[in-house]
Design a binder for this molecule. Structure first.
Ligand SMILES: Nc1ncnc2c1ncn2[C@@H]1O[C@H](COP(=O)(O)OP(=O)(O)O)[C@@H](O)[C@H]1O
Ligand SMILES: [Mg+2]
Length: 325
């Protein structure tokens, strides 16, 4: 258990802005504030669930950590080293990503065996018959079998394709995996199977996950901690149980209240909070608290001052004027 308490990844004030709207001279005058000053850490062997509505910056956070986007500001610390400007080639073996849409992320002209073998080729890992054995072993690890190696992605179901995507990520023996909505595109009946498999793989291989989802119900079982994003900001972060039992931010409360409850008597007791209005643009976010335009508790202060991301009880952080007073 001691090893579990060790930070493997930390981001400090991570920021990623994308330039938009080029003028006649090719100059950009505004920025999409996709990720704005986000800080958190993940302990080795644990899962941080990252949730929030579409467009709030979850994918950009994951991709910037892997330096698939260069950060605009902030630091990324991996295994104690600042990798914000490091050469990523040797680190790609340790840090992998599983994509939301397994079909789009698998080359349709490559066999599944070649898809899984490609990262080994790039990193010069196993060769010849050893590589073949490793590919078979990976297929079995994700619940497929060696006969699948000679087939093409279109011959598989969505769930099986995601298994191939997972095998490909595992091919380089990574330590840390960004799982970017790995179950959002799958049938509900398949989602639990994939999550259970990711949990089993985590336990047997000691993996650490940043598990992205748009909905709190999807990350409940797999996450040790949960972070909630809104318009590029991390607005709440706590242990998983704490987030579900004592959500502090009005936005987290609204997200939680929208999760359907199976038990009808429980469901009647629960009051749904309807979020009014649309998500504002990340190019021109509201002043003060970014959530204030949709918050039922909004006060004058929320318009004038950005709430600090403060620790409100041990390990529970929240950015809301209402909560921090
Ligand atoms: N490569 C890019 N260029 C410009 N804007 C981008 C790019 N990637 C994402 N964005 C914008 O950044 C914001 C956050 O996007 P994203 O991280 O994909 O959100 P999420 O994964 O939470 O749905 C959105 O407004 C999106 O349009
Ligand atoms: Mg996304």
């Amino acid at each position: 258990m001691a090893a579990k308490d060790k930070k493997i990844l930390e981001v400090k004030n991570l920021t990623k802005f994308f330039p938009v709207k080029k003028d006649f001279f090719g100059t950009s005058h505004s920025m999409v504030k996709a990720v704005d000053n986000v800080s958190f850490y993940i302990n080795k062997g644990e899962t941080l669930g990252l949730v929030g509505e579409s467009g709030c910056g979850k994918t950009t956070t994951g991709r910037t950590i892997l330096r698939l986007h260069e950060p605009t500001a902030g630091e990324i610390i991996f295994e104690g080293n600042n990798i914000t400007e490091a050469d990523m080639k040797p680190l790609r073996k340790k840090m992998q990503i599983i994509f939301q849409d397994p079909y789009a992320s698998l080359n349709p002209r490559m066999t599944v065996g070649d898809i899984i073998g490609e990262p080994m080729e790039i990193h010069d890992l196993e060769k010849g018959s050893q590589r073949k054995d490793k590919i078979y072993q990976l297929l079995e690890m994700v619940g497929l079998n060696r006969e699948h190696a000679s087939r093409y992605p279109h011959e598989f179901s969505g769930g099986q394709r995601q298994r191939v995507g997972i095998a490909r990520a595992l091919a380089v023996k990574p330590e840390f995996i960004v799982c970017d909505e790995p179950i959002s595109a799958l049938d509900v009946s398949i989602q639990a199977q994939i999550v259970n498999m990711l949990e089993d793989l985590q336990a047997s291989l000691g993996l650490t996950y940043l598990f992205i989802a748009h909905d709190l119900s999807m990350v409940k079982h797999i996450s040790d901690k949960v972070g909630v994003m809104y318009l590029g900001k991390l607005i709440e972060l706590a242990d998983s149980e704490e987030i579900y039992s004592k959500p502090a931010h009005p936005y987290t409360q609204a997200l939680l209240s929208s999760i359907p409850i199976a038990d009808p008597s429980e469901s009647r007791k629960k009051k749904r909070i309807i979020l009014e209005g649309d998500v504002p643009s990340p190019i021109n976010p509201p002043s003060g608290c970014r959530f204030r335009t949709r918050c039922r508790y909004s006060m004058k202060k929320c318009e004038e001052l950005e709430p600090e991301f403060k620790e409100i009880s041990i390990g529970h952080f929240c950015a809301c004027h209402l909560v921090s007073e």
